[in-house]
Design a protein around this ligand. Structure first.
Ligand SMILES: Nc1nc2c(ncn2[C@@H]2O[C@H](COP(=O)(O)OP(=O)(O)OP(=O)(O)O)[C@@H](O)[C@H]2O)c(=O)[nH]1
Ligand SMILES: [Mg+2]
Length: 242
């Protein structure tokens, strides 16, 4: 079994070495990391290069010229990994909002599903306690809203902690995916469920970042809410394949 964890980074110099260490220590055979750094001003890219030197068979780095967004980072990472023999591909934030040890549970759950989503909105899951009220409200509301409009059978479409079988990512038309900020997570969930792939959810606690600056703001969330409507018309001809 081989699994690659994609970690997009922008200014995560405190977090990256720690998260990499914890991921590489997991009791999982053949786990590799792909770090995608957007020329972080704080030098995260160099730290990633040092990790790749230290673990040449397990860590690789993609450097991009500037902050190009989470969506394009993941799409480039998916495409690069689909050229390898990796079987499972995970998405994970660098800032410990996604608990690394949960991946073991995710891997087991893939025996019965095509994709695993970490979920804050099912029993056992929870949100960062110290998020401001507006952010909690918008996250919850954004999820309910997207679910009602797109009819995707999952409770958390934006948590961003996911594990995919490679067959799903090689079937989804990745070149069509345009959204870049938060709504990228919604777009991928919508495509996967519309094509008939089976998504299962596992609860997790989304912890607040301990180090580094938040890149989230109200306009990113508002934009996501508006884009949801475009997704419906954009993908109206996508066919079920399962
Ligand atoms: N390569 C790349 N990584 C990014 C970009 N924007 C965010 N990231 C990374 O994507 C992950 C999620 O971004 P976060 O900023 O943590 O987003 P969030 O969890 O919604 O918000 P905060 O934790 O409050 O900042 C982190 O590992 C970031 O470093 C980007 O434009 N390019
Ligand atoms: Mg975060």
């Amino acid at each position: 079994m081989s699994i690659a964890v994609i970690i997009p980074t922008f200014n995560e110099k405190e977090n990256l070495p720690k998260i990499a260490e914890q991921l590489l220590a997991l009791p999982v055979d053949d786990l590799r990391l792909l770090i995608i750094d957007d020329n972080s001003p704080d030098g995260t890219g160099q730290i990633a290069d040092e990790l790749a030197l230290q673990f040449p068979d397990r860590v690789s780095v993609m450097h991009r010229s500037g902050k190009l967004g989470l969506g394009t980072a993941y799409i480039s990472g998916f495409k690069q990994l689909l050229k390898t023999d990796v079987r499972y591909i995970a998405q994970m934030d660098a800032d410990f909002s996604h608990p690394p040890e949960k991946l073991v549970e995710f891997i087991n759950a893939l025996k019965e599903a095509d994709i695993v989503f970490g979920s804050r909105y099912i029993p056992g899951g929870s949100l960062a306690h110290d998020w401001p009220a507006w952010r909690k409200f918008l996250s919850r509301f954004g999820n309910e809203y997207a679910r009602a409009i797109l009819r995707v059978p999952v409770n958390d479409m934006t948590g961003g902690f996911r594990l995919w079988k490679r067959e799903v990512l090689s079937t989804i038309p990745l070149d069509e995916v345009r959204s870049n900020g938060y709504v990228f997570q919604v777009e991928m969930a919508y495509l996967a469920s519309k094509m008939g792939f089976h998504i299962t959810e596992i609860p997790f606690h989304f912890a607040e970042r301990q180090f580094g600056q938040s890149k989230m703001n109200l306009s990113i969330q508002t934009e996501a809410a508006l884009r949801v409507w475009q997704l419906r018309s954009r993908y109206k001809n996508i066919k079920r394949i399962k």
